[in-house]
Design a protein around this ligand. Structure first.
Ligand code: ADP
Ligand code: MG
Length: 248
């Protein structure tokens, strides 16, 4: 479980996350959505323990995020960002296995986990020995996902992991990722600015505006029962001919 209780964060005197409270039920996916600059990444970084909130509390797997618990909590989290965040001078395999090597796993255990994840994410084995620059964008994201899953964390945080991919590659990864989340029963926070993608992944969608929660619900609820004019505008801006199918 992940829980935020009245979490706020200001930069340069401006609140970018403003009193956010939310709960992610175990083994479900919460999608954070909203326009650029509304505070999605800042919120996720606070859950990841990378940025401390100014006020409020964060609980990850029932542990309160504090300076004493931060490193333990970070070991229970997998975090994936838009460009994959891979180290360019390490191969795919080396990128994936950093944490497990630091945790002094045996070579056999590491190898069997690498093979298991390559199968799960449909990543070609030959690609394991390549450097990020020698992989396609979709393959790099698969490595980022494998790296996040390597030590089998209870919670996965993904910050627009598919935003930079072209539509067909993105579609493939959407299919695979949803399958992975449900097969592994992970507790997931997924950030996107795309309502179709939100509808595809979410058990619960949280729409942010200027650091505050504007509405919580399904994509259909946002579309059919918008809580405010802002929600209507947000949905309308994203509506395309196939949106109806996405929210049914
Ligand atoms: P989103 O991910 O929704 O696009 P962000 O959380 O990245 O939004 O940013 C929210 C706001 O906070 C933006 O106005 C951004 O410029 C600002 N911001 C984010 N990180 C920092 C930082 N490290 N220093 C100063 N301002 C920041
Ligand atoms: Mg962002």
């Amino acid at each position: 479980m992940v829980r935020l209780d009245h979490v706020s964060k200001a930069y340069d005197g401006t609140l970018v996350v403003d009193g956010v409270s939310l709960t992610v039920t175990p083994s479900t996916t919460l999608v954070l959505i909203g326009p650029s600059g509304c505070g999605k990444s800042t919120l996720l970084r606070m859950v990841a323990g990378l940025v401390p909130p100014d006020s409020g509390s964060i609980f990850v797997t029932d542990r309160p995020m504090k300076s004493e618990t931060r490193s333990e909590i970070r070991n229970r989290l997998g975090y994936v960002i838009q460009d994959g965040g891979l180290f360019p001078h390490l191969t795919a395999r080396e990128n994936m296995t950093i944490r497990s090597r630091l945790a002094r796993w045996s070579a056999e255990r590491i190898e069997s986990r690498v093979l298991e994840l390559a199968e799960l994410t449909r990543f070609p084995l030959a690609g394991l020995e390549r450097y990020p620059a020698q992989l396609s964008g979709g393959q790099r994201q698969r490595v980022g996902i494998m790296r996040a899953l390597m030590t089998d964390p209870e919670v996965l945080l993904l910050d627009e992991p598919l935003a930079a991919l072209d539509p067909m590659i993105r579609r493939d990864l959407q299919d695979d990722l949803r399958q992975i989340f449900s097969t592994l029963g992970k507790t997931v926070i997924f950030v996107t600015h795309d309502l179709h993608e939100a509808a595809w992944f979410a058990d619960q969608i949280v729409l942010l505006k200027s650091g505050q929660i504007e509405q919580v619900g399904s994509a259909a609820e946002l579309a059919n029962a918008p809580a405010s004019e802002f929600v209507s505008q947000f949905v309308r801006a994203q509506r395309t001919s196939d949106f109806g199918a996405a929210v049914r």
